[in-house]
Design a protein around this ligand. Structure first.
Ligand code: SIN
Length: 299
């Protein structure tokens, strides 16, 4: 009897790594332990990560020595990438990578230093907001610089009846420019926008309560950064309702605070969460690379 031995190289799609996915002691999030994103990621491992991302909404990958090219390639496995309207802060040679940084060199900011200053879901001001974002730590401050995440499924599940009735079936307007002037007045990171940039961020309308396209779960989808009004309500009523929704969305028991460690890569689901940069002391340097994956039009 003869045995046939395959001499072919193992295929990248068959690669398998040994890793664990451990839920965090928080209302969202899981840590992926033992996976090396510099190595090929086979189909089965990718499927596990995809499932975990849907279940936990934030995946924390520790100690990832990946290059921007590897971050881009991993991000693209989940969908096409979006290019931020502030292309001034793209990583040179990689328009898909937004530099999030408070560092100023030779009088020039190297990245967007006040990204995440207000609670938001990335690119909710686009017709197709972001599915998810990946943030890879490059340089971290000795203190501060945490990122907070709020679980918008829990926000919807626990929304008091009178607020549910007030928002069900309604849409809200989102615009990139909602608080741009306010941010510009106090930071060096908000350049004047060109006509072409303004044309890229026309206001859009999205349902106040969206359905996650992959899990079917409902989530509140309004944010203090980008949502300007509830369509069809008088201005004062709309503002009062939005304030109630914003306050409810970020209740302490819906939050996870990510305290960054060197080489962390964090991947979150913008369809399920909002996030906030908690702030870095001015004298400390912080730099991260962000990729943003395009999602579906919310329904
Ligand atoms: C962001 O909003 O994408 C930035 C979050 C952060 O810097 O912590």
């Amino acid at each position: 009897m003869t045995t046939s031995v395959s001499l072919a190289e193992p295929r990248a799609q068959d690669a398998q790594q040994h890793f664990d996915i451990r839920a965090l002691d928080a209302p969202l999030g899981a840590e992926v332990i033992g996976l090396d994103l510099t190595q090929p990621l086979g189909v089965a491992d990718f499927a596990r990560l995809h499932r975990a991302h849907l279940d936990h909404h934030v995946l924390v990958f520790r100690d990832q020595r990946i290059t921007p090219e590897q971050q881009i390639a991993f991000s693209r496995r989940f969908g096409p990438l979006q290019i931020h309207v502030l292309h001034q802060f793209a990583l040179p040679g990689h328009p898909e990578v937004l530099i999030v940084s408070n560092i100023v060199e030779n009088g020039k900011p190297v990245g967007l230093g006040d990204a995440g200053h207000f609670w938001h879901s990335d690119l909710s001001y686009k017709e197709k907001p972001s599915l998810g974002s990946m943030l890879h730590a490059q340089e971290l401050p000795a203190e501060g610089g945490d990122t907070l995440f709020a679980n918008m499924h829990l926000a919807w599940d626990t929304l008091p009846d009178h607020l549910r009735r007030a928002v069900e079936g309604r849409s809200a307007e989102h615009t990139y420019l909602a608080r741009y002037a306010e941010l510009q007045a106090r930071s060096p990171w908000r350049p004047n926008l060109s006509a072409a940039q303004i044309a890229q961020v026309k206001p859009v309308e999205h349902p106040v309560v969206r359905t996650h396209p992959e899990t079917g779960r409902k989530a509140l989808f309004v944010s203090e950064h980008f949502t300007t009004r509830i369509v069809g309500l008088p201005e004062d009523e709309s503002r009062a309702l939005l304030e109630e929704l914003f306050a409810h969305s970020v209740r302490e028991d819906f939050l996870y605070r990510h305290v960054w460690r060197e080489h962390d890569m964090v991947f979150w689901d913008n369809r399920s969460l909002m996030h906030l940069a908690a702030g870095t002391p001015d004298h400390l340097r912080r730099k991260l690379y962000r990729t943003t994956i395009e999602g579906d039009a919310p329904f």
